[in-house]
Every structure is written in structure tokens, then in C-alpha cells.
Design a protein around this ligand. Structure first.
Ligand SMILES: [Zn+2]
Length: 329
């Protein structure tokens, strides 16, 4: 095994530690590893480096809103912002981040992207000759216009990669679910169509998720149906289960989706020999502070506090510290 392959395996292991004790992530990781055939993180980073050139646009899609208020959760935006930083610094590319087209979600993502160190400009200006710029924009929540809007988006921006991280994905009946097995379709972007259209055009697609109901999990839909609560049978009238059906070329599983983003950023930084591409502890604190200031909530507790998926900021700083440490070797 090459050094990179070894590092990739360690990062895979680190981000799939089951700190929640749910007993599911191990099984999802094993299924994904069997499908991909090598370290998930290393393959994703290597393919990104190969596919993306300077000044190319990379689409990064995120967004999960927590009932009953349907506010954006803290898992997703931080991982998306971390990847945006890495592709900006390591590859000189232009990240365009997509989320639900509602002010509250846009505000969370914009502030988190600033927290990781990037400028946020209107999407029309993302092509200007400047370093460290990104854009944040919305994608439709209407099923009937999603296919057309996805085509237009790809026609205009011509991305060389599309990454979906902690992005609500539809099941085979086109219904979107939360982990509790309830229908949340009305409140979420129909982002699957961006990935489907990208694949038709031969654009690299990467999915990152932690539960089985995210875009990209279609790659291991059978495992999600078998092992995830409500995976095969939801609690909504569709009766199709929460297992997301859209596949990506590469899938990264992680206990917390943000960690999948951090590991990908770290591995890309290593491949490009630009350690500063992976955000640091100060960025982590700023991102979480800005997210909370903008009204994001912990998706598990529902509280407006500096935590993600029920784990406090210390846990996420520890994981980030370990990713940095592993990659120093
Ligand atoms: Zn359902």
C-alpha cells in the first residue's frame, strides 16, 4: 500500500468511529468500502484532484432542516465550507455552495463559509479573477422545476465536480425523509437532480452522509434498507423507507457528515502538499459560532448551541486535531 492509501484508511477509520453507539455506521462504512474497493477518503480526494483545474467551478450541496421549525442543522454546512476552503486553496477552484432557497438557510451557509476564511460573492461574480472566493445560492424545492433548473445550473456554471454532503435525498418514490422516518419533502431542495444531471454529463460526483437518507447513499441502498431504522419502512404514507436512492461515483460515510468533509479536505491538502487547505481549530470555532448566531440548531438536540449531532464542540475539535496529526506523518 502507498503512504497515501495508508493515510486514507486511517482517516476512514477515524471518521467512522461510532461515538453515538448506534451500531449502524460500521455497517454502512463496510458496505461503502466493498463498493468502492479502497479508502473512501483517498479515492475521493484523488479523483477531485484529477478532475478539477484552476478556476473550475465545483458545486457543493448541503442542507437538512430540522422539524418542527425547519431550521438548518449544524451538520452539513461546516463540512461543506471545509471542502470549499480546500478546493479553493489547494486547486485554485471556485466553490459554489447550494442550499435550500430560504433566507435562514442561505444566511447560515454564507456565515459558515466566511468562518472558514472565504469571501462570499454573488454567483454571477464567481468567475472573476480573485483568490479565495466562493458563492452561496439556493436550489429549488419544487419537484416540477428541479430537472430544468439542474440542467440550467450545469449549462451556466459547467462544474468539474459535484459534491453532496449531508444533503437530504429522495427515496425511490421521490419522497424525502428525516431519520425519524417522516416526510420532509416540502421543506427541501430537490438536489438529487443536480447529481443525476452531472452524471449524465460525465461530471465527477461525490456523496457524504451519516444516516442513509442523504444524496449519494443510493450506492449502498441495500445496506441502508437492511440496517438503518426506518430504512426499509418509513412512518409516512409513501411506505418506501428513508433509504436514499441517488448514487454518486464515490461515497464517504462518517459518524458525523462534517467529519467526512474535514477528512476529504485533509487528504486533498496532503495530496497537494498544502496543509493550510485543511481548516484549523480557530476556523472550527468561528464556523460553529457563526452557524449558531445565524440560527442553526443541533440536529439531534434541537438546541441552538455549539454542537453537532449531539456532540459538543470539543469532540469536533478533537477529530479535526487528529486529522491534522495523522496527515503530518
Ligand atoms: Zn415515506
Amino acid at each position: 500500500m502507498s503512504t497515501y492509501e495508508v493515510l486514507g484508511k486511517w482517516l476512514d477509520s477515524l471518521i467512522n468511529i461510532d461515538i453515538t453507539g448506534r451500531g449502524v455506521i460500521d455497517k454502512l462504512y463496510t458496505a461503502a468500502y466493498e463498493r468502492i474497493g479502497e479508502s473512501l477518503v483517498y479515492k475521493a480526494a484523488r479523483e477531485l484532484k484529477r478532475a478539477v483545474s484552476k478556476n473550475d467551478v465545483v458545486l457543493i450541496i448541503t442542507g437538512f432542516r430540522v422539524p418542527p421549525l425547519f431550521v438548518q442543522e449544524t451538520d452539513g454546512p461546516l463540512g461543506a465550507a471545509s471542502i470549499a476552503r480546500a478546493i479553493s486553496i489547494c486547486l485554485g477552484a471556485k466553490p459554489v455552495l447550494l442550499i435550500e432557497p430560504v433566507d435562514a438557510s442561505l444566511k447560515v451557509l454564507e456565515s459558515v463559509v466566511r468562518g472558514v476564511g472565504l469571501n462570499v460573492v454573488p454567483v454571477e461574480e464567481v468567475g472573476v479573477e480573485a483568490k479565495y472566493i466562493s458563492s452561496v445560492t439556493g436550489f429549488t424545492m419544487k419537484e416540477e422545476e428541479a430537472e430544468e433548473q439542474a440542467k440550467k445550473l450545469l449549462d451556466v456554471l459547467k462544474p468539474s465536480a459535484v459534491i453532496a454532503i449531508e444533503k437530504a435525498g429522495h427515496n425511490f418514490k421521490k419522497v424525502y425523509h428525516n431519520m425519524g422516518g417522516l416526510d420532509i419533502s416540502k421543506y427541501h431542495s430537490k438536489a438529487d437532480y443536480i447529481v443525476i444531471e452531472a452524471q449524465k454529463r460525465g461530471v465527477l460526483t461525490i456523496g457524504i452522509g451519516d444516516g442513509g437518507n442523504e444524496v449519494g447513499m443510493g450506492l449502498i441502498e441495500d445496506a441502508v434498507r437492511k440496517f438503518v431504522p426506518y430504512g426499509n419502512k418509513c412512518r409516512c404514507p409513501c411506505n418506501g423507507g428513508i433509504a436514499a436512492t441517488t448514487k454518486t461515483d464515490i461515497l464517504i460515510t462518517a459518524t458525523v457528515s462534517n467529519w467526512g468533509g474535514y477528512a476529504l479536505s485533509g487528504m486533498l491538502s496532503k495530496l497537494c502538499d498544502k496543509p493550510e487547505g485543511l481548516h484549523n481549530l480557530e476556523h472550527e470555532e468561528l464556523m460553529l459560532l457563526f452557524a449558531v448566531q445565524s440560527g442553526a440548531v443541533d440536529g439531534v438536540t434541537g438546541l441552538v448551541e455549539r454542537s453537532v449531532d449531539g456532540a459538543g464542540i470539543e469532540v469536533h475539535k478533537s477529530i479535526l486535531t487528529l486529522i491534522h496529526r495523522i496527515l503530518r506523518i
